[in-house]
Write a protein that binds this ligand. Structure first.
Ligand code: XIL
Length: 345
């Protein structure tokens, strides 16, 4: 073979085998512009002082979930006062960027203000306090927050209802009441139930989906289910991911993959082969995204990632381990899973 031809063939082969670099998978493209459904990210406003964070959040995503600042301990720190300032700033920023705000979360067993945990009152007073909490927040953001995670994580892993202050004082009906009160305060807002482990734990998934389907059949104002999808490269299996997303779609509710992150180190090992792990992570994300794309488009509320870069992920703090669960690395550069996502959308 002539030398020039040989060089040419070798160059073609090399470029075919080369891993995509960040430039090649194109940060200039913008994720949400490639997608037929909204793409979201959980944000912590303290990071907006970093230009890379600010630019990526505004350019790559068209839906924003406040990671913490809409939780009860932040918005409702005292019985008779609410703290709106930080949340209002985030809403204004999102509006400027034409991004949807997904409100997270009205009722949860964690991140509750101390006064609420220690509240003393009759059943009627507990009810009034519950209603006031939900309606004050929904009214404040009326017309600005498109959807709410009304209830977060109401189920135990064995499929029974979790016991915490609201169930203790209002009974099981607290769930229905929360949806009704939220709807009364903002009839236009879409209302979601949100929970974790719904792909891996089939028993919990069945309990949650049956429960929500019944509520919907009874005419309760519930619009969607959020599947958090804090998953790992080792689990759930591809089959579990597919069945969970498909089953969620069969409820007739909107489906939000609401807190996606993919741990590459769930068992906290040392000496990680990051390149290999990042490629496996990209494959898992591909399974998730393809299963989501297979849903009828009328059920696709969107996919939201739980943080922007590995440097911002809650996993490191919360589980105290080395991990890299998100689309962008510690230096805000796109990882293999970002490139895969751009390809698949
Ligand atoms: C997490 C936040 O990411 C952390 O910053 C905070 O310290 C604890 O809460 N499921 C949820 C989210 O619904 O609200 C949690 O967010 C992660 C698990």
């Amino acid at each position: 073979m002539p030398r020039a031809l040989l060089t040419f063939v070798l160059l073609i082969l090399m470029s075919a085998c080369k891993k995509p670099s960040s430039e090649e998978c194109g940060l200039e493209k913008s994720l949400y512009q490639q997608a037929n459904f909204p793409l979201g990210v959980a944000v912590d406003p303290t990071y907006f002082s970093l230009p890379q964070y600010d630019t990526l959040v505004s350019k790559q995503f068209n839906s924003i979930t406040p990671e913490n600042i809409f939780k009860p301990s932040y918005l409702h720190p005292q019985e008779n006062s609410f703290f709106w300032w930080e949340a209002d700033n985030l809403v204004a920023r999102a509006q400027q960027n034409k991004q949807r705000i997904h409100g997270h979360t009205l009722i949860w067993h964690k991140q509750l203000p101390i006064w609420m945990l220690n509240y003393q009152g009759t059943k009627a007073q507990w009810e009034a306090m519950f209603k006031n909490h939900i309606q004050s927040i929904c009214q404040h953001f009326k017309g600005k927050v498109e959807a709410w995670d009304v209830i977060n994580e109401a189920f135990n892993e064995d499929g029974t209802l979790r016991n915490f202050i609201w169930r203790q004082h209002l009974g099981d009906a607290y769930i229905e009441k929360a949806f009704r009160y939220a709807h009364e305060a903002d009839p236009q807002a879409l209302l979601f139930y949100n929970d974790f482990n719904l792909a891996y734990n089939e028993r919990k998934r069945a309990a949650v989906l049956t429960f929500l389907s019944k509520l919907k059949q009874r005419g309760l104002p519930i619009d969607g289910i959020g599947m958090q999808m804090h998953i790992a490269i080792n689990y759930p299996s591809r089959g579990q991911i597919n069945s969970a997303i498909q089953a969620a779609g069969e409820t007739g509710l909107l489906v939000h993959l609401s807190e996606v992150d993919i741990s590459v180190n769930p068992f906290n090992k040392g000496d990680l082969d990051k390149e290999e792990l990042f490629n496996r992570q990209a494959d898992v994300l591909a399974t998730v995204v393809l299963a989501y794309k297979a849903l009828p488009s009328r059920y696709q509320y969107g996919i939201s990632f739980w943080g922007l870069s590995d440097a911002n992920s809650w996993i490191r703090d919360f589980y105290q381990r080395e991990d890299y669960p998100l689309l962008f690395d510690d230096f805000y550069q796109p990882k293999a899973c970002y490139c895969k996502l751009i390809d698949l959308l």
